[in-house]
Design a binder for this molecule. Structure first.
Ligand SMILES: Nc1ncnc2c1ncn2[C@@H]1O[C@H](COP(=O)(O)OP(=O)(O)OP(=O)(O)O)[C@@H](O)[C@H]1O
Ligand code: NI
Length: 353
């Protein structure tokens, strides 16, 4: 815990979209913070609102059809209400965003090195062409591109998927960002390359001392890199905690269900049965109730249960943790035993590496 102002402090973030089928709520009043130097993972199934939440913060959600409310204070300044010039400045200098599909983020008509050099020149007016070029080589090298100096004039199509993602990371490092937002940056890659990219992100975080807000649907990935975890479902935060809280004592039935989806831990590896509620028409009560084996009548009325603290940084939105209910009903001893299964470092994606 720290008493300093968090690097990023998101409060009551709500994002709705107007669609042909009516209004849809993608993110519904979420709160979270990212401290300096910390990696925060937002995890949840497809459609939970992870991407919309992160893109709302940096103004990437088009308004309209989107409507973003709440606050997202970056070093105390609200990104959601500042003027567009200041937002562009912060986005250019301090916050970098990398995405699942580097294909879309790169221009096919220019060499990778040229694109990085151009970004460097935009960032620093005084840098010469040759300096920008050698710095681009250096960044590609740091991002783990072998023989960077001979790859600098290659075009995006000459890079493999993993190399493209490395090049995107090099591009993101141009400004030495304080906050890196990474939205499923390894999802499109095979398991071995995925593990390498995660390690790379971890290394550069240490080297550059940046904070990372990392979006993934894969708890195996979370185990690899997270300090703190935010479990999102249907636009709401179901549970949050540090990575050990989440892996050693997963409290929300939804988190537990996600945990059972991690392959190779004696689990089925299949998805959670059932589907997310319709975002046009969210149910009363807990959003997960219709898929929760412990759901009782009380779970299907009122609002999503409020966050209940069950540890220093660990909290859960489930009525079983409220006074008058027995939380042992929803605890899952199979997931909590200390047999190494719950050790984050032994979980997940690097198994076959
Ligand atoms: N531009 C848009 N217009 C309308 N609805 C949208 C728009 N963008 C996202 N949504 C809806 O918002 C909800 C949350 O989507 P979001 O992309 O944030 O999910 P996600 O958790 O990132 O999922 P994934 O793991 O598949 O990336 C979904 O129901 C999605 O259909
Ligand atoms: Ni997404």
């Amino acid at each position: 815990m720290t008493t300093e102002t968090p690097l990023l402090e998101v409060e009551n973030l709500t994002t709705k979209f107007r669609t042909d089928e009516g209004k849809l709520t993608a993110v519904d009043g979420i709160d979270f913070t990212v401290e300096e130097g910390e990696t925060v993972c937002i995890v949840g199934e497809s459609g939970s609102g992870k991407t919309v939440a992160t893109e709302s913060i940096t103004g990437l959600v088009e308004q309209p059809p989107g409507y973003v409310e709440g606050t997202a204070r970056y070093r105390g300044e609200d990104l959601l209400s500042m003027n567009s010039e200041r937002l562009r400045e912060i986005r250019g200098e301090e916050i970098a965003h990398i995405f699942q599909n580097p294909q879309e983020a790169m221009n096919h008509c220019y060499s990778v090195g040229w694109q990085i050099a151009e970004a460097l020149k935009i960032h620093d007016n005084n840098i010469s062409d040759s300096e920008a070029r050698s710095k681009a080589v250096d960044l590609l090298d740091r991002a783990g591109i072998a023989n960077a100096s001979s790859r600098i004039d290659d075009y995006p199509h000459e890079f493999s998927g993993g190399q493209k993602q490395r090049a995107m990371i090099a591009m993101a490092l141009v400004t030495s960002p304080t906050l890196l937002i990474a939205d499923e940056p390894t999802t499109a890659l095979d398991v071995t390359i995925q593990a390498q990219i995660l390690r790379l992100i971890d290394d550069i975080q240490e080297e550059f001392g940046m904070s990372i807000l990392f979006v993934t649907h894969d708890l195996g990935v979370v185990a690899e890199i997270a300090d703190k975890v935010i479990v999102m479902y249907s636009g709401k935060v179901m549970e949050r905690g540090d990575v050990f809280d989440i892996f050693e004592t997963p409290a929300h039935p939804y988190t537990q269900a996600l945990m059972k989806c991690i392959p190779g831990q004696g689990n089925s590896g299949g998805g959670i049965p059932g589907t997310l509620p319709d975002p046009h028409n969210q149910p009363d009560g807990c959003r997960f109730a219709s898929r929760c084996e412990h759901a009782v009548e009380d779970c299907q009325v009122g609002e999503q249960p409020e966050d209940i603290a069950i540890g220093t940084e660990h909290s859960v939105s489930c009525i079983y943790y409220q006074n008058g209910y027995d939380s042992s009903v929803v605890r899952d001893p199979d997931l909590e035993q200390g047999d190494g299964r719950s050790d984050p470092d032994q979980t997940g994606v690097t198994g076959g590496d």
